[in-house]
Ligand binder design. Structure first.
Ligand code: NAP
Length: 244
């Protein structure tokens, strides 16, 4: 299946590392003009070295005012990938308000903010668009020490559905991908211990974690016109974990 984004403008958050970085590069390979938004300047520097056509925006998306300023001149966007997220593992009885607030601000509130900015432009231009939020299997399945992360991703799934409902009339589709563990920096945080990893892979019918490319391919599909009638779905990329 050939996917082309020639003539399309894309914005990817959390594009400095992991899934977001690979998504930004894949979008460029498919012909899109890409704006990469992330927090660490050196990640943007290496990304632009690797792919000079990418437009970098350095901002901490936990900061509403800073994000509003950084994105005010971002220009028209046709394809949005809300990928940036924060994960801090704490047992439920030890969850702290600062970790709760930071996680909600990045994983949910920033998705709302960036999507508002982008979708207002899509609506004004009348061109439609496609938004993909990066959620997780953790939105639908309780994981030990993941109380806050699971909560943010559960909220994100519902945000995806309400956005799909309200933006659909403007031909803006909104979907999420919900991966199982991927061994990025974030994945290594929770799943590097081989015994712990085995408890997870043993619950995945395909018997393995997802690769970055598995997730990127699903993102590209949902962004593309190959999924033109798909709106408001939370697509597991989990080898069957959520089916069991
Ligand atoms: P990652 O390797 O840790 O990359 C996350 C990227 O987001 C980094 O570039 C990070 O920048 C950026 N970011 C985080 N907080 C930010 C903020 N406040 N402002 C701007 N940028 C920020 O993570 P990943 O594994 O690729 O995760 C990507 C997405 O997949 C996330 O939504 C995650 O929840 C989801 N996911 C991951 C897994 C997994 O096992 N890896 C599984 C399911 C879902 P800094 O490094 O500078 O903070």
């Amino acid at each position: 299946m050939e996917i082309s984004f020639a003539g399309k403008r894309a914005l990817v958050t959390g594009a400095g590392k992991g899934i977001g970085r690979a998504t930004a590069l894949a979008l460029v390979r498919c012909g899109a003009e890409v704006t990469a938004v992330t927090r660490t300047r050196s990640d943007l520097d290496t990304l632009v070295l690797e792919c000079p056509s990418i437009t970098p925006v350095c901002v901490d998306l936990a900061d509403w005012e800073a994000a509003a300023t950084a994105l005010q001149d971002v220009g028209p966007v046709d394809l949005l990938v809300n990928n940036a997220a924060y994960a801090a593992l704490q047992p439920f009885l030890e969850v702290t308000p600062d970790q709760f607030d930071k996680s909600m601000n990045v994983n949910v509130r920033a998705v709302l903010q960036v999507s508002q900015i982008v979708a207002r432009g899509m609506k004004a231009r009348g061109t439609g668009g496609s938004i993909v939020n990066i959620s997780s299997q953790a939105s639908q399945c309780a994981l030990r020490d993941h109380a806050v992360y699971c909560t943010t991703k559960g909220a994100l799934d519902m945000l995806t559905k309400v956005m799909a409902l309200e933006l659909g009339p403007y031909q803006i589709r909104v979907n999420s991908v919900n991966p199982t563990v991927v061994m990025t920096e974030m994945g290594r945080l929770g799943w590097s211990d081989p015994d712990k990893a085995k408890t997870m892979t043993s619950r995945i019918p395909l018997g393995r974690f997802a690769e970055v490319e598995d997730v990127v391919n699903s993102i590209l599909f949902l962004l593309s016109n190959k999924s033109n009638m798909t709106n408001g779905v939370t697509l597991p990329v989990d080898g069957g974990f959520l089916a069991c």
